[in-house]
Design a protein around this ligand. Structure first.
Ligand SMILES: Cc1cc2nc3c(=O)[nH]c(=O)nc-3n(C[C@H](O)[C@H](O)[C@H](O)COP(=O)(O)OP(=O)(O)OC[C@H]3O[C@@H](n4cnc5c(N)ncnc54)[C@H](O)[C@@H]3O)c2cc1C
Length: 296
């Protein structure tokens, strides 16, 4: 099938994109076209106006802020995966970007498109939730910041208003001191280059990586596709904080994560299997993050 007829717009600034959204009621934003194109070709989306963001150079960047790293919405998955800056300071982001689909999707797909699509299985939604990111939206009244946990409302629904676009995501690096932090992204994929059935994103900060039994000072753990929004499991984090990640602590974290999860069943992965795997992946992701912290 071919898409319905639409009028094409190519603004060169975020302000112009917002103006176009104000002027045209039935408009859709286009970024990397890795999801929207398929939806339009199948007539699952049929906007009258298509606002292509690709000429907005100001939305393509990875930059240092006072306390963290800000990534522009039009930054491609490949750029994030290959960023030395991110690999050093927030390796979870680079690792998760590198696991998205195959090279052709990564070369075109964008951070903003992935957050805009808000699939609870999406790598960035999961990782940004673990890292407690702030999403910045721009609309007719200027910009506003939304905590990632308030951004995701339900399956493919976000706090973004109709006339707003995502302009960036920012992650504070101060909770993750280099040299004492390890991170890990783990996922189940039935077939390479497809979406994960389940994913887990973990970060662990230890008190002293050279100690005999380093103690977990801070843990972060979030899951993709384990509920209808990306799921941060704070009870699981609490279960390992203050421990040296022994088997009891890992089992308590796994139990807490399974209790918090509400996965939907799907082909090749029913809800019971996914809930069971939440426990397995809680342990696996936390252990890998802890091991990475000790190798720093
Ligand atoms: C075969 C395949 C496998 C994939 N596997 C994975 C995977 O393993 N993990 C994963 O996370 N993703 C996966 N994806 C999705 C991929 O990451 C897409 O690139 C991404 O979801 C959409 O990004 P995009 O830039 O292509 O957005 P588009 O397709 O251009 O847009 C997607 C949606 O986001 C909206 N949008 C775009 N930009 C903005 C913005 N700045 N502000 C607000 N709304 C915006 C659009 O209006 C549209 O509704 C896969 C895709 C394919 C085709």
């Amino acid at each position: 099938m071919k898409p319905e007829v639409f009028e094409y717009h190519s603004p060169t600034s975020a302000e112009d994109a917002v103006t176009l959204m104000e002027e045209h009621e039935d408009a859709e934003l286009l970024a990397g076209n890795q999801s929207l194109g398929v939806q339009m070709a199948n007539r699952l989306a049929a906007p009258d106006h298509l606002i292509d963001l690709n000429e907005i150079e100001d939305l393509k960047y990875i930059s240092e802020t006072g306390d963290g790293i800000e990534i522009g919405a039009l930054t491609r998955h490949t750029t994030i995966a290959e960023s030395d800056h991110l690999d050093r300071e927030l390796p979870l982001l680079a690792e998760a970007a590198g696991e998205i689909a195959g090279p052709s999707v990564r070369n075109m797909g964008t951070l903003g498109g992935s957050l805009g699509e808000a699939d609870p299985a999406g790598n960035y939604p999961t990782v940004m939730t673990a890292l407690d990111a702030t999403i910045t939206l721009q609309g007719p009244d200027g910009t506003r910041d939304v905590d990632v946990q308030d951004f995701h409302i339900a399956y493919m629904m976000t706090a973004r208003e109709e006339e707003e676009l995502i302009v960036s995501a920012t992650v504070s690096t101060s909770p993750f001191p280099i040299g004492r932090t390890g991170m890990s992204f783990q996922e189940i994929k039935r077939v390479p280059h497809t979406w994960p059935k389940l994913s887990a994103a973990a970060a662990v900060v230890v008190d002293d990586p050279d100690a005999d039994e380093p103690v977990v000072e801070e843990a972060r753990l979030a899951f993709g596709n384990a509920a209808d929004v990306p799921l941060r499991t704070e009870a699981a984090e609490d279960a390992v904080e203050g421990t040296s990640l022994d088997e009891d602590a890992l089992s308590a974290a796994a139990e807490a994560a399974m209790d918090a999860s509400e996965p939907a069943g799907e082909m090749q992965a029913d809800a019971e299997y996914k809930e069971d795997q939440v426990g397995v992946f809680a342990k696996r992701a936390l252990q890998a993050a802890y091991d990475n912290a000790l190798e720093e």
